[in-house]
Design a binder for this molecule. Structure first.
Ligand code: ADP
Ligand code: ZN
Ligand code: ZN
Length: 734
């Protein structure tokens, strides 16, 4: 029985499906509530910030259970309709509780229990000046101490929250003990001097721009497939210029990699306007400030990583997703959205242009382009001075390796160094060696908490689990037979660095991975040094491989190309090809022609036929035929359900139960393919066992029908010791 009372539906930040119905707060009318407004509600024993979704004429909640809203914030609507629509769509598509979507997607300033007024953000820092005030001024000394402890300064609201007043702070500022700075995302970037564009676009770029510009006035998606260095960024900048000319705004998404300062600078100097920048290293206040400026329309261009897809705009004209194939666009925990896919959806909802760009686009996007859902634009030549590098293989099946490198490779590196060139040596594995092996009995050092080997690190010496960060000392003898003949097997970046330093004692060797580079500023400094051009050897993981524009690298060596070919992931070949071509693309970006050498034990692997020709198009066509034969995405729609538990049996059992209950509710003759329940490849991670149920459906409607059943089933099957989560269009599921 529905209760004929008018109620307000609220999304509450809890991992529970659905909305919750409330009555208007005291002294307010139901008519005062509009979607996107923030309210405070009592939820269980807690008071939470909720978002108004809408009003309803009746409710299923019994009258005696209906509570009034505690407070309606006096502020402009917090979440604009466009963003709320996108989030609501995403909550259904990804089958995730809306309250949690809002919570993950939006700046955390919206979650705080106070009105959104201040968008000026003031930060306080301690100066060098020694305190010479009265010794009994303990309060003042305490403030100074608190601020001095934070090297990067403290936000004014945080200081107010712990009880200090603005007057106290200002007094100390006057006395010279403190300085304050106001964060303004737009002036922060405005310091960069605009430069007139010295680049003359080539014919291919002009053609692409001309084609893409035909459809700037409504929803339209282009896939820009341009080889590395073909000048895609210049194309984006030019199209954004058109959009700005129409008085509209632009959103540019970039992957979660550290090349952002370079990208930002190029846009900034060429468009000669301040650009808002959103990235994971920002504080929530900084994010919110940038967010607000975009919403007001004063930030015309926003560049940001994954979650910036939820930035509101006054008048959005284009969304560009650079390196659209990049795995970091998909969030793999909690609200598991794909920012790339949401970019297309948002383009449709807000009726604007979308460009997906990459040298190696995802097969999903290639397929959409083949189907003419997306316009397919190409740039097949390098734009600047550089030419496409020559790629060749080194067969290492019968060659001894010295710390990962074969003799022919070392000879080639030597020859480049002698010509004063720079060389990149790519190995996508940190540490000295991935395995510690007993030569007497075959024992291998494993992690206590994961089904994984411990990696040997030498700076300082320790064994480390790359999955849970468990650390231990390197044992002197075998953990099984006590033999002392234990040795590292295989090669990581540390080992290559060690080997090359021995082999090339007079050459600068720089290692570029998460162990050596912990700070953005360090990375920027290194890139500057490298671009001075002295000969050097750069050893690195994908941190080095993606996006950078080094002009003096003439040889890229890939140490171990095959390891990624045989993963259980059906995207293994696609991913490997993307990475190999991205890495290869770092070679020969300046005046000198570049080369790429790939060490492999599988020189006959069909993948290499396309790789040596840098022919991603043929490669993706072949791969798509395979996917079609096997009815894998994009030819089917995938959904995974993951069970996590301390007990392996419980995890599997939960999925068996869910599976059978689900199929009591869905006609079995439908075009649905189930695989599992199966254990994850690494069944135990951080002490938790993981299993999967993978469901493939012939189309979206079928999958949506299954998803519709899931919230109720998950709720009904909820057990304390087993966690079930849904992943729609999963990318991380083995
Ligand atoms: P992509 O994004 O496709 O990898 P970029 O836009 O970074 O390519 O361009 C690669 C290099 O070529 C950059 O150094 C850029 O300045 C240069 N470049 C781009 N377009 C041109 C052009 N038309 N003429 C000369 N140089 C260009
Ligand atoms: Zn042993
Ligand atoms: Zn571990």
């Amino acid at each position: 029985m529905n209760n004929p009372t008018q109620v307000i539906c609220i999304a509450v930040p809890v991992p529970i499906y659905g909305y919750f119905d409330y009555l208007p707060a005291e002294n307010t009318l139901i008519e005062d509530y509009f979607s996107g407004m923030r309210v405070l509600v009592q939820f269980g024993h807690r008071e939470l910030v909720g978002i108004v979704i809408g009003r309803q004429a009746e409710t299923t909640t019994p009258t005696n259970k209906l509570k009034p809203i505690t407070h309606l914030f006096d502020e402009p609507t917090a979440i604009p309709e466009s963003i709320l629509n996108l989030l609501q769509w995403a909550a259904t598509y990804y089958c995730h509780p809306l309250g949690d979507c809002v919570q993950t997607a939006l700046p955390s300033a919206l979650r705080q229990k106070k009105p959104l007024t201040e968008i000026k953000v003031i930060k306080w820092n301690r100066t060098e000046k020694k305190f010479t005030g009265k010794q009994n001024a303990t309060k003042q000394q305490a403030i100074l101490k608190t601020i001095a402890e934070q090297e990067s300064g403290i936000w004014q609201d945080s200081l107010k929250a712990i009880g200090y007043t603005t007057t106290q702070l200002k007094t100390l500022e006057k006395a010279g003990y403190l300085t304050s700075t106001t964060f303004d995302p737009l002036t922060a970037t405005a310091k960069l001097q605009p430069e007139p564009n010295s680049i003359k676009l080539n014919e291919a770029q002009k053609e692409v721009i001309q084609k893409a510009s035909v459809h700037l006035n409504g929803f339209h998606v282009s896939l820009l497939q341009g080889i590395t260095g073909s000048g895609k960024t210049e194309v984006y900048i030019e199209i954004v210029r058109h959009i700005l000319g129409q008085g509209k705004q632009a959103l540019i998404l970039i992957p979660e990699i550290n090349l952002t300062p370079q990208t930002l600078k190029r846009f900034q100097t060429q468009l000669a306007i301040p650009i808002g920048f959103i990235h994971s290293g920002m504080s929530s206040r900084e994010k919110f400030t940038t967010w607000s400026l975009a919403r007001q329309g004063s930030a015309k261009v926003i560049i940001g990583t994954r979650s910036s897809i939820f930035t509101p705009f006054k008048n959005l004209g284009i969304i560009i997703v650079d390196e659209e194939h990049d795995a970091s666009y998909k969030q793999i925990d909690g609200f598991k959205y794909s920012a790339r896919d949401l970019a297309v959806k948002r383009g449709q909802l807000e009726n604007c242009k979308v460009i997906l760009g990459s040298a190696t686009p995802s097969l999903e996007s290639v397929y959409n382009a083949q189907q003419e859902k997306y316009e397919w634009l190409r740039l097949n030549e390098r734009a600047g001075a550089g030419q496409t590098p020559d790629i060749s293989l080194i067969d290492i099946r019968s060659r001894p390796l010295q710390n990962g490198c074969s003799k022919p490779l070392l000879d080639q590196i030597k020859s480049e160094i002698e010509q004063n060139n720079q060389v990149i040596i790519f190995q996508n594995r940190r540490g000295f060696s991935p395995t510690l092996l007993c030569e007497a009995c075959g024992w291998i050092a494993h992690c206590k908490h994961c089904d994984a080997r411990l990696t040997i690190h030498n700076h300082p010496p320790h064994l480390l689990c790359h999955h849970c960060n468990y650390k231990q000392v390197i044992p002197r003898e075998c953990g099984s037979c006590n033999s002392q003949h234990i040795s590292p097997l295989g090669t990581g970046t540390e080992r290559i660095e060690y080997g090359l330093k021995e082999y090339f004692p007079n050459t600068k060797v720089i290692r570029f991975d998460r162990d050596t580079i912990k700070k953005q500023s360090h990375m920027e400094q290194l890139i500057k040094d490298i671009n001075h051009g002295e000969p050097c050897l750069l050893i690195g993981t994908q941190m080095l491989a993606k996006g950078h524009d080094f002009h003096n690298v003439t040889l890229v060596a890939i140490i171990d190309a095959d390891t990624s070919f045989f993963s259980a992931d059906f995207r293994a070949i696609e991913r490997s090809a993307q990475l190999l071509l991205q890495v290869a693309g770092r070679s020969g970006r300046g005046k000198k022609k570049g080369r790429v050498l790939i060490q492999t034990k599988l020189p006959e692997h069909p993948l290499f036929e396309s790789i040596v020709k840098s022919d991603y198009t043929t490669l993706s066509e072949i791969e798509l035929i395979d996917r079609k034969t096997c009815e894998l995405p994009p030819f089917s729609k995938m959904l995974s359900i993951r069970a996590e538990s301390k007990s392996q049996a419980d995890a599997l059992q939960a999925l068996h139960t869910l599976n059978s209950e689900l199929f009591q509710r869905i006609p079995t003759n439908l075009n649905i393919e189930i695989s599992g329940p199966i254990e994850a490849n690494m069944a135990r991670k951080s002490g938790i066992y993981r299993s999967y149920l993978h469901i493939f459906t012939a189309n979206l409607a079928l999958r949506a029908a299954i998803l519709k059943q899931l919230p109720a089933l998950l709720t009904a099957n909820h057990k304390r010791n087993t966690k079930l989560t849904i992943d729609v269009d999963p990318t991380d599921y083995v």
